[in-house]
Design a protein around this ligand. Structure first.
Ligand SMILES: O=P(O)(O)OC[C@H]1O[C@](O)(CO)[C@@H](O)[C@@H]1O
Length: 243
């Protein structure tokens, strides 16, 4: 695991954008595993800037997102499909048919989850997976538990996650209590992983990435088992690191 620490969130975002751009430069039809939330927002801004400067071509790129709230359709302004459209896809020349976000609405979410894992396989796997991290150490919506799922599944959100994400909704009661999320297996099968964290609220979870343990109670620590993870931090998120 490599730690890259920057003075500001903007610098960290520019660095993450460069890592992602590098993957696309190397492989025009790369499969990007993408994340939502506030952590990667700055990276998407920088990616759009680079696209507008003619530095990145998305015409062959495919994307697969980590998660989606159960109960929200893609046109809901807090759905992760809506986030991806408005923060990235609507601004670059990606073919929308090549962008994938789990469906949070449907008769049989378990069947849809199974189909999502098949889709990842059919795409040929994920070339680079972008991740944020929850203050409780979650990645995607793989929340701290005794056991974690390898495959895409419906997850119950922890009260602290509902609390943290309430800032995006009108009230806490509007925050969905469940989400469909890729499992730890798909995340760890990505060839390369970029984890972005910003702000003091993430410092403790980030510290767990440095310590010598893995635990399903801090899901992000399982990333230590992966050979190519870059953790991109601003100085506040890095404030408890000893290195
Ligand atoms: O980046 P944020 O908004 O702090 O959220 C942390 C993580 O938790 C999630 O909300 C759940 O996947 C992600 O979207 C994000 O990476």
């Amino acid at each position: 695991m490599k730690f890259k620490i920057f003075e500001t969130y903007e610098e960290a975002s520019a660095y993450s954008a460069e890592l992602l751009a590098e993957v696309i430069r190397t492989k025009r039809d790369a499969v990007l595993g993408l994340a939502t939330g506030s952590s990667p927002e700055g990276m998407y801004k920088e990616i759009i800037r680079r696209y507008e400067a003619g530095e990145i071509d998305f015409s062959q790129v495919k994307s697969i997102n980590l998660d989606e709230y159960v109960g929200l359709t893609g046109d809901h302004d807090q759905s992760y499909r809506y986030f991806m459209d408005t923060h990235l896809f609507n601004h670059v020349n990606i073919n929308k048919a090549n962008t994938h976000v789990p469906q949070g609405v449907g008769q049989d979410l378990a069947a849809l989850a199974k189909a999502y894992d098949e889709l990842i396989e059919n795409l040929g796997g994920i070339d680079v997976q972008v991740l944020g991290i929850g203050a409780n150490g979650h990645i995607g919506f793989n929340e701290p538990e005794h056991e974690l799922h390898l495959k895409t599944h419906v997850a119950e959100l922890k009260p602290e996650t509902i609390e943290a994400n309430a800032r995006f909704f009108e009230s806490r009661d509007d925050v969905p209590t469940k989400a469909v999320t890729m499992g730890i297996g798909a995340i760890l099968s990505a060839k390369k992983i970029i984890l972005i964290a910003s702000g003091e609220s993430k410092a403790e979870a980030v510290k767990a990435l440095e310590d010598d343990f893995i635990s399903t109670h801090v899901p992000a620590t399982l990333l230590k088992l992966h050979a190519d993870v870059t953790v991109v931090l601003d100085k506040e998120a890095a404030s408890l690191l000893t290195k």
